[in-house]
Design a protein around this ligand. Structure first.
Ligand SMILES: COc1ccc(-c2cccc3nc(Nc4ccc(N5CCN(C)CC5)cc4)nn23)cc1
Length: 276
Protein backbone atom coordinates (compact mmCIF):
# COMPACT_ATOMS: atom_id res chain seq x y z
CA UNK A 1 0.00 0.00 0.00
CA UNK A 2 1.18 3.55 -0.62
CA UNK A 3 2.29 5.52 2.44
CA UNK A 4 0.55 8.90 3.09
CA UNK A 5 3.66 10.67 1.73
CA UNK A 6 3.36 8.72 -1.52
CA UNK A 7 -0.27 9.84 -1.84
CA UNK A 8 0.79 13.46 -1.48
CA UNK A 9 0.99 14.68 -5.09
CA UNK A 10 2.62 17.91 -3.96
CA UNK A 11 5.70 16.21 -2.56
CA UNK A 12 8.41 15.78 -5.21
CA UNK A 13 11.26 13.40 -4.43
CA UNK A 14 14.61 14.92 -5.36
CA UNK A 15 15.91 11.64 -6.81
CA UNK A 16 13.17 11.70 -9.52
CA UNK A 17 13.62 15.39 -10.37
CA UNK A 18 15.91 15.33 -13.43
CA UNK A 19 17.63 18.63 -14.31
CA UNK A 20 17.30 19.69 -17.98
CA UNK A 21 18.29 23.36 -18.39
CA UNK A 22 18.37 26.78 -16.71
CA UNK A 23 15.29 29.02 -17.17
CA UNK A 24 16.36 32.18 -15.36
CA UNK A 25 17.89 33.78 -12.31
CA UNK A 26 16.64 36.50 -9.99
CA UNK A 27 17.71 38.05 -6.70
CA UNK A 28 15.88 35.15 -5.02
CA UNK A 29 17.74 32.25 -6.59
CA UNK A 30 17.29 30.40 -9.87
CA UNK A 31 14.59 28.59 -11.84
CA UNK A 32 15.40 25.38 -13.72
CA UNK A 33 13.57 23.22 -16.22
CA UNK A 34 13.32 19.67 -14.84
CA UNK A 35 11.45 16.51 -15.69
CA UNK A 36 9.77 14.76 -12.76
CA UNK A 37 10.27 11.21 -13.92
CA UNK A 38 9.56 8.67 -11.14
CA UNK A 39 9.15 5.88 -13.73
CA UNK A 40 12.54 6.73 -15.21
CA UNK A 41 11.24 6.37 -18.79
CA UNK A 42 11.13 10.08 -19.79
CA UNK A 43 7.33 10.08 -19.68
CA UNK A 44 7.31 12.34 -16.61
CA UNK A 45 5.99 15.92 -16.53
CA UNK A 46 8.17 18.93 -17.35
CA UNK A 47 8.22 21.33 -14.39
CA UNK A 48 9.80 24.69 -13.52
CA UNK A 49 11.71 24.38 -10.26
CA UNK A 50 12.56 27.51 -8.30
CA UNK A 51 15.54 26.86 -6.06
CA UNK A 52 16.12 29.14 -3.12
CA UNK A 53 19.59 30.64 -2.73
CA UNK A 54 19.30 32.04 0.79
CA UNK A 55 21.08 35.40 0.73
CA UNK A 56 20.66 38.72 2.51
CA UNK A 57 17.58 39.47 0.38
CA UNK A 58 15.59 36.27 0.70
CA UNK A 59 15.44 33.83 3.59
CA UNK A 60 13.88 30.40 3.85
CA UNK A 61 11.00 32.05 5.77
CA UNK A 62 10.28 34.44 2.88
CA UNK A 63 10.48 31.53 0.45
CA UNK A 64 8.09 29.47 2.58
CA UNK A 65 5.64 32.42 2.44
CA UNK A 66 5.96 32.57 -1.36
CA UNK A 67 5.31 28.81 -1.57
CA UNK A 68 2.26 29.12 0.70
CA UNK A 69 0.98 32.08 -1.33
CA UNK A 70 1.22 30.26 -4.66
CA UNK A 71 -0.19 27.01 -3.22
CA UNK A 72 -3.59 28.62 -2.48
CA UNK A 73 -3.94 30.17 -5.95
CA UNK A 74 -6.35 28.49 -8.34
CA UNK A 75 -6.70 30.71 -11.39
CA UNK A 76 -6.19 30.18 -15.14
CA UNK A 77 -4.17 33.40 -15.28
CA UNK A 78 -1.73 32.55 -12.47
CA UNK A 79 1.10 30.06 -12.89
CA UNK A 80 0.10 26.73 -11.32
CA UNK A 81 1.69 25.47 -8.13
CA UNK A 82 2.65 21.79 -8.35
CA UNK A 83 4.39 21.26 -5.01
CA UNK A 84 7.70 21.31 -3.19
CA UNK A 85 10.89 19.31 -3.18
CA UNK A 86 12.92 19.10 0.02
CA UNK A 87 16.66 18.49 -0.17
CA UNK A 88 19.51 18.32 2.29
CA UNK A 89 17.03 16.71 4.67
CA UNK A 90 14.54 19.63 4.76
CA UNK A 91 17.31 22.17 5.20
CA UNK A 92 16.59 23.47 1.70
CA UNK A 93 13.45 23.41 -0.43
CA UNK A 94 12.44 24.10 -4.00
CA UNK A 95 9.13 25.32 -5.39
CA UNK A 96 7.77 23.12 -8.20
CA UNK A 97 5.50 24.80 -10.74
CA UNK A 98 3.94 23.97 -14.11
CA UNK A 99 6.33 24.69 -16.98
CA UNK A 100 5.11 27.31 -19.46
CA UNK A 101 6.88 26.58 -22.74
CA UNK A 102 6.93 30.07 -24.25
CA UNK A 103 8.84 31.70 -21.42
CA UNK A 104 8.64 35.30 -20.23
CA UNK A 105 6.42 37.85 -21.98
CA UNK A 106 9.48 40.04 -22.59
CA UNK A 107 11.37 37.34 -24.48
CA UNK A 108 8.20 36.27 -26.32
CA UNK A 109 7.34 39.78 -27.58
CA UNK A 110 10.95 40.49 -28.53
CA UNK A 111 11.11 37.39 -30.72
CA UNK A 112 7.45 37.11 -31.82
CA UNK A 113 6.31 40.76 -31.69
CA UNK A 114 5.87 40.89 -35.47
CA UNK A 115 3.07 38.29 -35.33
CA UNK A 116 1.31 39.72 -32.27
CA UNK A 117 -1.39 42.24 -33.24
CA UNK A 118 -3.26 44.79 -31.09
CA UNK A 119 -6.10 42.35 -30.52
CA UNK A 120 -3.68 39.81 -29.07
CA UNK A 121 -2.02 42.45 -26.85
CA UNK A 122 -5.45 43.45 -25.53
CA UNK A 123 -6.25 39.75 -24.90
CA UNK A 124 -3.01 39.42 -22.89
CA UNK A 125 -3.79 42.64 -20.98
CA UNK A 126 -7.29 41.36 -20.11
CA UNK A 127 -5.87 38.05 -18.89
CA UNK A 128 -3.41 39.87 -16.61
CA UNK A 129 -6.36 41.92 -15.34
CA UNK A 130 -8.33 38.75 -14.54
CA UNK A 131 -5.35 37.31 -12.70
CA UNK A 132 -5.00 40.53 -10.68
CA UNK A 133 -8.75 40.59 -10.01
CA UNK A 134 -8.47 37.07 -8.59
CA UNK A 135 -5.53 38.17 -6.39
CA UNK A 136 -7.63 41.07 -5.10
CA UNK A 137 -10.44 38.71 -4.04
CA UNK A 138 -7.86 37.00 -1.80
CA UNK A 139 -6.70 40.43 -0.50
CA UNK A 140 -3.26 39.87 -2.04
CA UNK A 141 -1.14 42.77 -3.35
CA UNK A 142 1.41 41.54 -5.90
CA UNK A 143 3.82 44.51 -5.55
CA UNK A 144 5.96 43.36 -8.47
CA UNK A 145 3.58 43.33 -11.46
CA UNK A 146 5.82 43.81 -14.50
CA UNK A 147 6.18 42.18 -17.94
CA UNK A 148 9.23 40.28 -16.64
CA UNK A 149 6.90 38.48 -14.22
CA UNK A 150 4.34 37.51 -16.86
CA UNK A 151 4.82 34.12 -18.52
CA UNK A 152 3.43 32.91 -21.86
CA UNK A 153 1.60 29.57 -21.69
CA UNK A 154 0.52 29.58 -25.35
CA UNK A 155 0.06 31.97 -28.29
CA UNK A 156 -3.19 33.06 -26.63
CA UNK A 157 -2.61 32.70 -22.89
CA UNK A 158 -0.38 34.54 -20.43
CA UNK A 159 -0.09 33.98 -16.67
CA UNK A 160 1.15 35.99 -13.71
CA UNK A 161 4.20 34.46 -12.03
CA UNK A 162 6.62 35.30 -9.25
CA UNK A 163 4.92 36.01 -5.94
CA UNK A 164 8.16 36.80 -4.14
CA UNK A 165 7.00 40.26 -3.07
CA UNK A 166 3.29 39.49 -2.70
CA UNK A 167 1.71 40.52 0.62
CA UNK A 168 -1.73 40.08 2.17
CA UNK A 169 -3.45 43.35 3.13
CA UNK A 170 -4.44 43.22 6.83
CA UNK A 171 -8.26 43.04 7.16
CA UNK A 172 -8.40 46.34 9.09
CA UNK A 173 -6.39 48.31 6.52
CA UNK A 174 -6.56 49.32 2.87
CA UNK A 175 -2.82 49.14 2.21
CA UNK A 176 0.39 47.34 3.15
CA UNK A 177 3.38 49.38 4.30
CA UNK A 178 6.81 47.79 3.92
CA UNK A 179 10.09 48.42 5.65
CA UNK A 180 12.51 49.42 2.91
CA UNK A 181 13.01 46.21 0.92
CA UNK A 182 16.14 45.22 -0.99
CA UNK A 183 15.90 45.27 -4.79
CA UNK A 184 12.93 47.55 -5.52
CA UNK A 185 11.29 47.74 -8.96
CA UNK A 186 10.75 51.50 -8.40
CA UNK A 187 10.01 52.26 -12.08
CA UNK A 188 6.81 50.22 -11.70
CA UNK A 189 5.95 51.87 -8.34
CA UNK A 190 2.96 54.16 -7.78
CA UNK A 191 3.70 57.59 -6.21
CA UNK A 192 2.40 56.49 -2.78
CA UNK A 193 4.68 53.46 -2.90
CA UNK A 194 7.68 55.67 -3.74
CA UNK A 195 6.84 58.33 -1.15
CA UNK A 196 5.39 56.29 1.71
CA UNK A 197 6.18 52.63 0.92
CA UNK A 198 2.41 52.06 0.81
CA UNK A 199 1.16 49.20 -1.39
CA UNK A 200 -2.46 48.44 -2.19
CA UNK A 201 -4.69 47.16 -4.98
CA UNK A 202 -4.47 50.70 -6.33
CA UNK A 203 -0.68 50.57 -6.49
CA UNK A 204 -1.00 47.25 -8.35
CA UNK A 205 -3.31 49.11 -10.80
CA UNK A 206 -0.56 51.67 -11.37
CA UNK A 207 1.94 48.85 -12.09
CA UNK A 208 -0.62 47.37 -14.50
CA UNK A 209 -0.55 50.69 -16.35
CA UNK A 210 3.22 50.33 -16.69
CA UNK A 211 2.71 46.73 -17.92
CA UNK A 212 0.30 48.13 -20.57
CA UNK A 213 3.12 50.42 -21.69
CA UNK A 214 5.48 47.44 -21.89
CA UNK A 215 2.91 45.39 -23.81
CA UNK A 216 2.25 48.11 -26.41
CA UNK A 217 5.97 48.78 -26.68
CA UNK A 218 6.36 45.06 -27.46
CA UNK A 219 8.80 45.05 -24.52
CA UNK A 220 11.29 46.84 -26.75
CA UNK A 221 14.50 47.42 -24.77
CA UNK A 222 14.86 51.00 -26.09
CA UNK A 223 11.56 52.03 -24.51
CA UNK A 224 11.53 50.09 -21.26
CA UNK A 225 10.13 52.00 -18.27
CA UNK A 226 13.46 52.25 -16.43
CA UNK A 227 15.25 53.70 -19.48
CA UNK A 228 12.49 56.24 -20.24
CA UNK A 229 12.27 57.39 -16.61
CA UNK A 230 16.07 57.70 -16.32
CA UNK A 231 16.15 59.74 -19.54
CA UNK A 232 13.62 62.13 -17.97
CA UNK A 233 15.44 62.25 -14.63
CA UNK A 234 18.87 62.64 -16.24
CA UNK A 235 21.57 60.04 -15.90
CA UNK A 236 23.61 62.23 -13.58
CA UNK A 237 21.48 61.05 -10.65
CA UNK A 238 22.77 58.01 -8.77
CA UNK A 239 21.81 55.81 -5.79
CA UNK A 240 18.89 56.17 -3.38
CA UNK A 241 17.90 59.64 -4.61
CA UNK A 242 16.63 58.13 -7.87
CA UNK A 243 13.26 57.25 -6.28
CA UNK A 244 12.98 60.83 -4.97
CA UNK A 245 13.64 62.22 -8.46
CA UNK A 246 11.17 59.72 -9.92
CA UNK A 247 8.50 60.79 -7.39
CA UNK A 248 9.21 64.40 -8.41
CA UNK A 249 8.73 64.03 -12.15
CA UNK A 250 5.52 62.02 -11.50
CA UNK A 251 4.30 64.79 -9.15
CA UNK A 252 4.96 67.22 -12.02
CA UNK A 253 2.66 65.05 -14.14
CA UNK A 254 5.31 63.52 -16.35
CA UNK A 255 4.18 60.05 -17.48
CA UNK A 256 5.64 57.35 -19.71
CA UNK A 257 5.08 58.54 -23.31
CA UNK A 258 2.47 56.62 -25.32
CA UNK A 259 4.29 53.87 -27.24
CA UNK A 260 4.51 54.43 -31.02
CA UNK A 261 1.52 52.89 -32.90
CA UNK A 262 -0.35 52.53 -29.59
CA UNK A 263 -4.08 52.64 -30.47
CA UNK A 264 -5.71 55.73 -28.84
CA UNK A 265 -8.37 53.67 -27.08
CA UNK A 266 -5.64 51.69 -25.39
CA UNK A 267 -3.50 54.63 -24.45
CA UNK A 268 -5.14 54.21 -21.10
CA UNK A 269 -2.09 54.72 -18.94
CA UNK A 270 -4.00 57.81 -17.92
CA UNK A 271 -7.36 56.00 -17.69
CA UNK A 272 -5.70 53.32 -15.57
CA UNK A 273 -4.39 56.00 -13.23
CA UNK A 274 -7.82 57.64 -13.25
CA UNK A 275 -9.44 54.46 -11.99
CA UNK A 276 -6.93 54.01 -9.19
C1 LIG B 1 13.53 34.94 -13.44
O1 LIG B 1 13.55 33.78 -14.21
C2 LIG B 1 12.45 32.97 -14.21
C3 LIG B 1 12.50 31.85 -15.02
C4 LIG B 1 11.43 30.97 -15.07
C5 LIG B 1 10.26 31.22 -14.32
C6 LIG B 1 9.12 30.29 -14.40
C7 LIG B 1 8.30 30.07 -13.29
C8 LIG B 1 7.20 29.20 -13.41
C9 LIG B 1 6.91 28.58 -14.61
C10 LIG B 1 7.76 28.81 -15.72
N1 LIG B 1 7.73 28.37 -16.99
C11 LIG B 1 8.78 28.94 -17.60
N2 LIG B 1 9.09 28.72 -18.91
C12 LIG B 1 10.19 29.23 -19.59
C13 LIG B 1 10.38 28.80 -20.90
C14 LIG B 1 11.46 29.27 -21.65
C15 LIG B 1 12.37 30.18 -21.09
N3 LIG B 1 13.44 30.67 -21.84
C16 LIG B 1 13.73 30.00 -23.11
C17 LIG B 1 14.73 30.80 -23.94
N4 LIG B 1 15.93 31.12 -23.16
C18 LIG B 1 16.91 31.83 -23.98
C19 LIG B 1 15.59 31.89 -21.95
C20 LIG B 1 14.62 31.12 -21.07
C21 LIG B 1 12.17 30.63 -19.78
C22 LIG B 1 11.09 30.16 -19.04
N5 LIG B 1 9.48 29.72 -16.79
N6 LIG B 1 8.83 29.65 -15.59
C23 LIG B 1 10.21 32.36 -13.52
C24 LIG B 1 11.29 33.24 -13.47
Amino acid sequence: ALSPAQHDQTLFEERHLRYISPLGKGNFGSVELCRYDPLGDNTGELVAVKKLQPNKQSTLKDFQKEVNTLSVMHCDYIVKYRGVCYSMGRLSMSLVMEYLPYGSLIGYLESNGHKVNTRRLILFASQICKGMEYLQTLRYVHRDLAARNILVASESLVKIADFGLTKIIPSDKEYYRVTQPGESPIFWYAPESLNESKFSHKSDVWSFGVVLHELFSYCDMSSNPKRLCMQEIGHIVQGPSISMHLANILKNNWRLPAPPKCPPKVCSQYLVQLYR
